[in-house]
Design a binder for this molecule. Structure first.
Ligand code: ADP
Length: 483
């Protein structure tokens, strides 16, 4: 890797301010999915290392929670600045370890850092309350205090931003943290630890354990010192972590799978809808939890929309994310390709029709052609499961009632999108969609000032915004008597 700042490329775990190997000496290889090249070898850690990180966090939190909010804020602000100063190198690390195009990787660094900036500011605004008491001899004071030690588990699709979204608010309010990044993408996590250290974050407040997810997740959930587990990933693993956390009654933040509907009404601005669909569907090669998974297009514009979308999709350049002009990188691994292939084959077997793409890309490895399928019905897998790849299935619908029913017919409830110019339709549909987030006439909804999160089986809690702070705080009621 050709980085300007070589210090960012760390290949050990980070516990209590020290860079460490696995107790067992075992290692994991990190590969670049665009080239299959091994780019780093990192330790494969387990429960014992996790326990040590939890203990380090417990000790560090005692002092951290007492530091004035302004001091915590200043350290976070410094961390933000360092990340932005190293944006180019950090973006390259992302592209090398998970394949997304460099322009998207640069965007992820700015997006991830924006949560640190936001929570550096919010750190100073954790207001409590006084409440008028029902009797004259008492006063009611409500304080907000940090929950304590927070354990985070994050996926490979946003190797930087999924971490900062969780760690920044936790540190801002006075919690201590340990993280387990996805085994495919540990390098972005380690680079963040390096920069946190340079920013002056005291040791023990941020720890990074890489390795066996079952052993690390098992310790994080069983250990009573951890008071909250925050997870982004699949609904299946989220369910498991929730079960495992029940013995110690932990708080949970869960950002799980989605099955986002993207609805285009007859009265929509079609060009804008196509543009939104391109961003929402094909960003990160379809590998985001808010990617449009099902595109519903009203009868009157179905064919026109399919044609316009296909013209744009055919222009997408597929390749190594480091190469100029590439906007579609490889999928993360061969398992991902097999799932996409299975969804396409299932749709075709049940009457779907390929508009463009539809198979593995000539580049081989885990590259897949950006794909559109027509004549899609609700019996197909693409209607029920998250495809997590560059496939746009186009469903046809009659009217608002029909499409709302279809859109809500899923156990998921993360992101949704629709395009319409009729204001009364806009309000009604936005209210009726059973989703945590609704994009109206836009395919891009996530930013640090807004609450990101899902309803139903898409999760618990919100990340970002002033609401995201509450997820790391406990209320304490102090009753002052005989005043
Ligand atoms: P994906 O299919 O996108 O990789 P996962 O939910 O499997 O989604 O992975 C998200 C994160 O959860 C990764 O960091 C992964 O290592 C972790 N993970 C997977 N299985 C477990 C488990 N049993 N316990 C704890 N973490 C796990």
């Amino acid at each position: 890797m050709n980085l300007t700042n070589k210090a960012l490329l760390r290949d050990k775990g980070y516990i209590d301010g020290a860079w460490v190997d696995a107790d067992s000496g075992e290692t994991l290889e990190v590969t670049n999915p665009a080239t299959d090249e091994v780019i780093a070898v990192v330790p494969k850690m387990g429960a014992a290392e996790t326990r040590r990180a939890i203990e380090a966090a417990r000790v560090a939190q005692k002092l951290w929670k007492r530091r004035p909010a302004k001091e915590r804020s200043n350290i976070l602000r410094k961390w933000f600045t360092l990340i932005m100063e190293n944006q180019e190198d950090l973006a390259q690390i992302i592209t090398d370890e998970m394949g997304k195009p460099l322009t998207e990787a640069r965007g992820e660094i700015a997006y991830g850092a924006s949560y640190i900036e936001w929570y550096a500011e919010e750190a100073k605004r954790v207001y409590g309350e006084t409440i008028p008491a029902p009797s004259d001899d008492k006063r009611i004071v409500v304080m907000k205090q940090p929950i304590g030690v927070i354990a985070s588990i994050t996926p490979w699709n946003f190797p930087n931003a999924m971490i900062t979204r969780k760690i920044a608010p936790a540190l801002a309010v006075g919690c201590a943290t340990l993280m387990k990044p996805a085994e495919q993408t540990p390098l972005s996590a380690l680079a963040l630890c390096e920069l946190a250290e340079q920013a002056g974050l005291p040791k023990g407040l941020i720890n990074c354990i890489i390795g066996d997810p079952v052993a690390i997740g098992g310790e994080m959930t069983a250990n009573d010192t951890v008071r909250k587990v925050t997870f982004t990933g699949s609904t299946g693993v989220g369910r498991l972590l929730m079960k495992q956390s029940s013995d110690t009654i932990k708080k949970l933040g869960l950002e799980l799978g989605g099955n986002a509907p993207f609805i285009v009404f007859d009265d929509a601005d079609l060009d804008a809808a196509v543009e939104g669909a391109m961003i929402s569907k094909y960003r990160n090669s379809g590998q985001t939890c808010v990617c449009a998974n099902r595109l519903y297009v009203q009868e009157g514009v179905y064919d026109a929309f399919a044609e316009k979308l296909a013209a744009k999709v055919r222009e997408l350049k597929v390749g190594n994310g480091l190469d100029d002009g590439v906007v579609q990188g490889p999928l993360i691994d061969m398992k991902a390709i097999e799932k996409v292939e299975d969804h396409v084959a299932d749709a075709l077997a049940k009457g779907g029709e390929i508009v463009c793409g539809g198979k593995r890309h000539a580049l081989g490895k885990s590259f897949f052609e950006p794909t559109i399928i027509k004549n899609v019905t609700k019996e197909m897998k693409v209607a029920r499961e998250e495809t997590f790849g560059p496939v746009a299935p186009l469903f046809k619908f009659k009217d608002a009632e029909d499409v709302i029913e279809q859109a809500n017919d899923t156990e998921f409830g993360l992101a949704s999108y629709f395009y319409s110019k009729d204001m009364s339709n806009v309000f009604r549909v936005a209210e009726e969609l059973e989703y945590g987030m609704v994009g109206v006439n836009t395919g891009l909804i996530s930013n640090e000032a807004a609450p990101f999160g899902g309803v139903k089986q898409s999760g618990l809690g919100r990340e970002g915004s002033k609401f995201g702070l509450d997820d790391y705080l406990e209320l304490k009621y102090v009753c002052l008597s005989e005043i």
